[in-house]
Ligand binder design. Structure first.
Ligand code: AMP
Length: 448
C-alpha cells in the first residue's frame, strides 16, 4: 500500500513526498480512511508509530475541502482542536502539521504555558484553522475570551493516558464541555485502562477502533551500555569516550536546546568538531548541519528529540543519550537510529542519580536490563544497578513521567565570563575543525 491508495489529495501527497515518507505506517493505513469518511476514531497507538500524520493529514484534507464554505471572505475560525499533554508534543504536532500542510491554505497555531501569551493571542487574532494546545493555556485563553470552541468540527485528544497520568483529567473535561455536540472526534492513547475507556466513551460516538503494536523492542543489532555518572562529570566522560576512534559518528541527545548548544560548543573547544540542531535553528541551518554530519565533515551531532525527528542516517555508529529521556519510548526511538539495515550500532547512555527512575521505566519497557559499563574514570562510588521489575503486563509506573520537565524553550542564558564573541567563536571552530580528522587519519582510520 502507498499513500496514493488512501485517497489523499495531491498537495498532501506532495508534502509527504517532500518529507521522504514512502509508505504509510500501519496506523496511517488504518486511520486515514476512517477519518476521511468523517467517522470517530479510537486509536491505541503511541508516539513513534506515525500517529501524528495518521490524524493530522486527513484533518488537513477535510478542512481544506471545506475552506471556501467555512470562511469565504470572513475571518478564519478555529475548526480543529488538537489537545495534547505536553509542550514538547504540542510543538512536534504543530511542526508536523506545518510540514504536511505546506501546500494548503490553512493556518495552524500551537499554544502552551510557560511562555508569554502575547505572540499566541496576536496569532489568534490573525485567524487560525487548526489549534494545537496543552490544556492549561487553552483554558486560560478561553477564559480571557481569546478563544472560542464554537466552530470546532474536528477534535483530537492525543496521549489520553498521559493526560490522566499528569492529572489533567479535570481540565480535559472542562474543555470537552465547551465543544459543540456535532463534531468528529479522534482519541489516542497508548494504553486502554478502564478509566481511559470511560473517558473515551464520553467523547466518541460509535467510533471505529484501530490498534498498532507498540514499539517496545530494541533492535538486536544495537549494543547498549549504561554509564552511571554524576551530572557534573557527563561532559568529561563524553570527551573521554570520544577519544576512541571506533566512535566514527555520534548522534548525541540532550533534553534542552540550551543544553545542546552548550555541549556542542564545549566539544568544539575540546577539538571535537560538533554541531547542534534544535527547534530554535532555522530549517536551513538544520539541513546544513545534518548534511555535514551525513558527509562525515563533523563527527558529533548534538540534537534534541524534536530536531532529530525524521533524521535518517545510514551508517551511524553511535547514539549517545547524554540525558536519558523521561518518556521510555523515546529511548527505543533514539537508539533505533543506529544499527539500521543489519549494520551493528552502539548506544551509550549516561545516567545520573536523578535519572534512575527514567532508566527503570526504560528497562521495564524494553524488558531487559541494559548492561552497565564499569571501570570508567568518572564512575560514581556505590552506583548499584537498577533492578528490572517483574513484568506485570502494565505500562511502567508513571512516576518518571510525572517528573517530566519540558524545558526545550527555556531561553539560553549567556555564559558568564566565557569571553566568547562571535568572531573568536568562529575562529575557535575553524581551528578545532580538523583536529579529529587529523588524529583519525594518523591512526589510519580515514582515507584522505
Ligand atoms: P509520530 O509517531 O507521529 O511522532 O512519528 C514518528 C516519526 O516517524 C516522525 O519522525 C515522523 O516524521 C516519522 N514518520 C511518520 N510517518 C512516516 C512514514 N509514513 N514514513 C516515514 N516516516 C514517518
Amino acid at each position: 500500500m502507498n499513500f496514493n491508495d488512501l485517497g489523499l489529495t495531491e498537495p498532501l501527497l506532495r508534502a509527504l513526498r517532500d518529507e521522504g515518507y514512502q509508505t504509510p505506517t500501519p496506523i496511517q493505513q488504518q486511520a486515514i480512511p476512517i477519518v476521511l469518511q468523517g467517522k470517530d476514531l479510537m486509536g491505541c497507538a503511541q508516539t513513534g508509530t506515525g500517529k501524528t500524520a495518521a490524524f493530522s493529514v486527513p484533518i488537513l484534507q477535510l478542512l481544506a475541502g471545506r475552506t471556501q464554505a467555512a470562511h469565504g471572505g470572513g475571518p478564519r475560525r478555529i475548526r480543529s482542536l488538537i489537545l495534547t499533554p505536553t509542550r514538547e508534543l504540542a510543538l512536534q504536532i504543530s511542526e508536523s502539521i506545518d510540514a504536511y500542510g505546506k501546500y494548503l491554505p490553512l493556518r495552524n497555531l500551537v499554544i502552551f504555558g510557560g511562555v508569554g501569551q502575547k505572540p499566541q493571542t496576536d496569532a489568534l487574532r490573525r485567524g487560525v484553522d487548526i489549534l494545537v494546545a496543552t490544556p492549561g493555556r487553552l483554558l486560560d485563553l478561553m477564559q480571557q475570551g481569546f478563544i472560542t470552541l464554537d466552530h470546532i468540527e474536528l477534535f483530537v485528544l492525543d496521549e489520553a493516558d498521559r493526560m490522566l497520568d499528569m492529572g489533567f483529567v479535570h481540565d480535559v473535561r472542562r474543555v470537552l464541555a465547551k465543544l459543540p455536540q456535532r463534531r468528529q472526534s479522534l482519541f489516542f492513547s497508548a494504553t486502554m485502562a478502564p478509566e481511559i475507556v470511560k473517558l473515551a466513551s464520553g467523547i466518541l460516538t460509535n467510533p471505529s477502533h484501530v490498534e498498532v503494536t507498540p514499539e517496545s523492542t530494541t533492535a538486536e543489532t544495537v549494543n547498549q551500555k549504561i554509564y552511571f555518572v554524576e551530572k557534573k562529570d557527563k561532559k568529561d566522560l563524553l570527551k573521554y569516550l570520544l577519544e576512541d576512534p571506533a566512535i566514527a559518528t555520534a548522534l548525541v541527545f540532550t533534553r534542552t536546546k540550551h543544553g545542546a548548544n552548550k555541549l556542542a560548543r564545549d566539544l568544539d573547544r575540546a577539538g571535537i568538531y560538533a554541531e547542534a540542531i534544535h527547534g530554535n535553528k532555522s530549517q536551513t541551518a538544520r539541513v546544513r548541519a545534518l548534511n555535514a554530519f551525513k558527509n562525515q565533515e563533523i563527527r558529533v551531532l548534538v540534537a534534541t528529540d524534536i530536531a532529530a525527528r525524521g533524521i535518517d542516517i545510514d551508517e551511524l555508529s553511535h547514539v549517545v543519550n547524554y540525558e536519558l529521556p523521561n518518556v521510555p519510548e523515546t529511548y527505543v526511538h533514539r537508539i533505533g537510529r543506529t544499527g539500521r539495515a543489519g549494520a551493528t550500532g552502539s548506544s551509550i547512555s549516561f545516567c545520573d542519580t536523578e535519572e534512575r527512575a527514567y532508566l527503570k521505566d526504560i528497562q521495564q519497557l524494553i524488558g531487559q536490563q541494559v548492561p552497565v559499563a564499569s571501570g570508567h574514570p568518572y564512575e560514581p562510588t556505590g552506583a548499584a544497578p537498577v533492578a528490572l521489575q517483574p513484568p506485570n503486563g502494565k505500562r511502567p509506573a508513571p512516576a518518571a513521567r510525572q517528573q517530566a520537565t519540558f524545558r526545550e524553550n527555556k531561553p539560553a542564558s549567556p555564559r558568564p565570563g566565557s569571553g566568547e564573541t562571535p568572531s573568536n567563536k568562529s575562529k575557535n571552530r575553524r581551528r578545532n575543525r580538523g583536529n579529529w580528522w587529523k588524529k583519525k587519519r594518523e591512526a589510519g582510520g580515514v582515507n584522505s
